[in-house]
Design a protein around this ligand. Structure first.
Ligand SMILES: NC(=O)c1ccc[n+]([C@@H]2O[C@H](COP(=O)([O-])OP(=O)(O)OC[C@H]3O[C@@H](n4cnc5c(N)ncnc54)[C@H](OP(=O)(O)O)[C@@H]3O)[C@@H](O)[C@H]2O)c1
Length: 257
């Protein structure tokens, strides 16, 4: 299937590792022109060099509006415009209600919800100039299935899904398609953090296997390239009548209909 991504110009936030890096690789393999950002300059540069193809990269923090604006403008200039925005940068924030301070809540809203608002706002003029603009927001199954162990993620990702739907409705008339990919458990560097916080004395593999056995019908963590294919599809020409959708990549995780 030709996804129609050749020559399309794509921005991927949080492209230095994990899901974002896999999305950048997938889009490049489909012939897109790609720009990535993240905060750690050394990791970002190594990621850009590891990719098979030319990639624009610039350090940017999605919690900082000026930093986002600078990345979007520089990337648009380097790529000659923007057709695709993948809002992927984010983090896990384990913790139940009583462990979360106001500052934790603010920080989580900032990196998850406000980042998507900021990046969309900065990219909007470029998306409006595109003949086939696409936005893919990377969110979490916990948005629809509350989990007290990831309390802030649950609440903040629910807001992200509302943003996803509201943007799809408001900007449908501009032809801007906005969709969400909801992740369950995908093995990426962010799980090192969670492992360290929740079970530092157990083996990482055993920790992930025990979580998957308890929560995931397919009984395993997902791989990043099991996410990137869907993101590429949603960014491509074959998804031209899909907007406001939320699609789980979660091995069956998510107890809802
Ligand atoms: N993996 C999962 O099981 C899972 C589950 C649910 C949702 N998700 C979501 O999927 C997305 C990708 O997660 P992942 O598992 O691939 O995580 P990851 O391996 O930790 O990668 C996160 C990426 O985002 C960047 N990033 C983090 N904070 C940033 C900031 N403030 N500004 C700019 N870049 C930032 C990181 O680079 P720097 O740290 O250098 O900035 C890195 O490139 C996240 O939004 C995450 O919440 C993942």
């Amino acid at each position: 299937m030709d996804l129609g991504l050749a020559g399309r110009r794509a921005l991927v936030t949080g492209g230095s590792k994990g899901i974002g890096l896999a999305v950048a690789a997938e889009l490049l393999a489909e012939g897109a022109r790609v720009a990535i950002c993240s905060r750690n300059a050394a990791e970002l540069s190594a990621a850009a060099q590891s990719l098979d193809g030319e990639v624009f990269h610039q350090v940017a923090d999605v919690t900082d509006a000026a930093s986002v604006q600078s990345f979007v403008d520089s990337a648009a200039a380097a790529l000659g415009g923007v057709d695709i925005l993948v809002n992927n940068a984010g983090r896990a924030h384990p913790g139940d209600f009583e462990t979360l301070s106001d500052e934790d809540w603010r920080a989580d809203l900032d990196v998850k919800l406000f980042s998507q608002i900021r990046c969309f706002r900065a990219a909007l003029p470029h998306l409006r100039a595109s003949d086939s603009p696409r936005v893919v927001n990377v969110n979490a199954v916990y948005a629809r299935q509350p989990d007290p162990a990831f309390f802030a993620t649950t609440v903040v990702r629910a807001a992200c899904l509302n943003l996803n739907k509201a943007l799809a409705q408001e900007f449908g008339a501009d032809g801007i398609l906005v969709n969400s990919v909801n992740i369950g458990f995908v093995d990426t560097p962010q799980w090192a953090n969670i492992h360290a916080r929740r079970a530092p004395d157990t083996d990482r593999g055993e920790f992930l296997d025990s979580l998957a056995a308890a929560e995931v019908p397919l009984g395993r963590f997902g791989h990043v390239d099991e996410v990137s294919g869907l993101v590429a599809f949603l960014a491509g020409a074959r998804a031209s009548y899909i907007t406001g959708a939320v699609i789980d990549v979660a091995g069956g995780m998510g107890k809802y209909v």
